[in-house]
Write a protein that binds this ligand. Sequence first.
Ligand code: CTP
Length: 130
Amino acid sequence: MSTTVITFGTFDVFHVGHLRILERARASGDRLVVGVSTDQLNIAKKGRPPVYTQDERAEIVRALRCVDKVFFEESLEQKADYIRDYSADILVMGDDWAGRFDDLSALCEIIYLTRTPAISTTEVIEKIRL
Ligand code: CTP
């Protein structure tokens, strides 16, 4: 039986930390489904719109060899619904979220992967600004 992995993120100003977590998420199973957060969700979450639109971010993520399916994550509260909708067996999150999704462990296995050190979208934006 094939194992479906699901993960979530903004993936704005796509960088190597994003690529590595997606590749590692895919390596945790046979099929990788990625929830790309909407522009609206980002404005609500971070107080600013992403640099790239949700359609552009989704197009980049969809083009990756390790990604099988992309959908838009409309709300942070709907992870359980998304896990069910996509029949996910494993939820992968970066360890900046460690412990935060343990309540979903009745639905699927939860794996927190170590983030790639010293890179983030915020840092890249800061670097370009300087
Ligand atoms: N991620 C990672 N290593 C990094 C940066 C991000 O593994 N250095 C992972 C996150 O843990 C998450 C996914 O990539 O699972 C998407 O993260 P996202 O929030 O879109 O990227 P960040 O670079 O963390 O963005 P920001 O600086 O805006 O918080």
